[in-house]
Design a protein around this ligand. Sequence first.
Ligand code: ZN
Length: 131
Amino acid sequence: MNAEKPEDPQRQGLRERLEAILINTEKATPWHDEADRLRGLVNHEGYVPIRTRLGIEDLEFLGGARTELLRFSELGLRLLDLHQPRDAGGITSDTAHPILRCRSCMWRWPCPTFRAMSESFGATRDLPENA
Ligand SMILES: [Zn+2]
């Protein structure tokens, strides 16, 4: 017998879409160094003509990258709006540092959602080129 609840199909579908984005992105060629080099070659009209060889994995990535990044940034901003600290109220002996809780999930601040976002998108986070 399986005592675990069956996976919510909506949640499972969402997981599969996110995993597909992750896999397609990992397969694409990283452009960080090349973009740095090309930035110095932008012409007076504001662009740089290039010739390059793109693999099918690169085309898959480039075809959806803008839409997916817009969705991710919108999601991040919505989560940031949802998960923010508020004074938990109650009596504390440390009035200078009141206990804060997330106004959305009620975990003690910083909540797990905010910590996960901070770990992924924090200012000091820098992914290796071929992660
Ligand atoms: Zn929260």
